[in-house]
Design a protein around this ligand. Structure first.
Ligand SMILES: [Cu+2]
Length: 143
């Protein structure tokens, strides 16, 4: 009886081993597929750079200007170089002018918004006034 039992047990074991041997191999565990967690980047926030600035040496220099107000010159003293031109512009509401005290220049009266230009060809310090409002005085220094 024991022998039969052992033989039967052995037969079952062989059958089990054979079944295991013929079974398809268990799939290898695969690492979990990595999921991209990085959100897509936003649109590039690159703005075009400013165009290169022009050569400072080539930039135009503001022309010397004296504003005429009611009733003063602004600036009341201006320094320029020989050969430069000053523009007087009447920003006031009255009629004004800018007349040299020595008679070096004598522009006509300027209506509001009017302009007068004088080119200085000699160095010196020149005082001027308004022929209508004698309290208005200014200086041009030419270097
Ligand atoms: Cu005046």
């Amino acid at each position: 009886m024991t022998l039969w039992f052992l033989l039967l047990l052995a037969a079952v074991e062989v059958a089990v081993i054979a079944a295991c041997a013929s079974a398809p191999p268990a799939p290898k565990p695969q690492p979990a597929t990595s999921v991209a967690t990085v959100a897509p980047t936003a649109q590039p926030n690159v703005r075009p750079t400013a165009p290169p600035t022009a050569n400072p040496m080539a930039m135009p220099v503001a022309a010397p200007e004296v504003g005429i107000m009611d009733d003063l010159y602004s600036p009341s003293e201006i320094t320029i170089h020989v050969g430069e031109t000053i523009t007087w512009r009447n920003y006031g509401g009255k009629v004004h002018d800018a007349v040299s005290l020595t008679g070096a220049w004598s522009p006509s009266l300027l209506q509001p918004g009017g302009r007068a230009r004088v080119t200085f060809t000699n160095a010196g310090k020149f005082e001027y006034t308004c022929s209508v409002h004698s309290s208005m005085t200014g200086w041009v220094i030419v270097e």
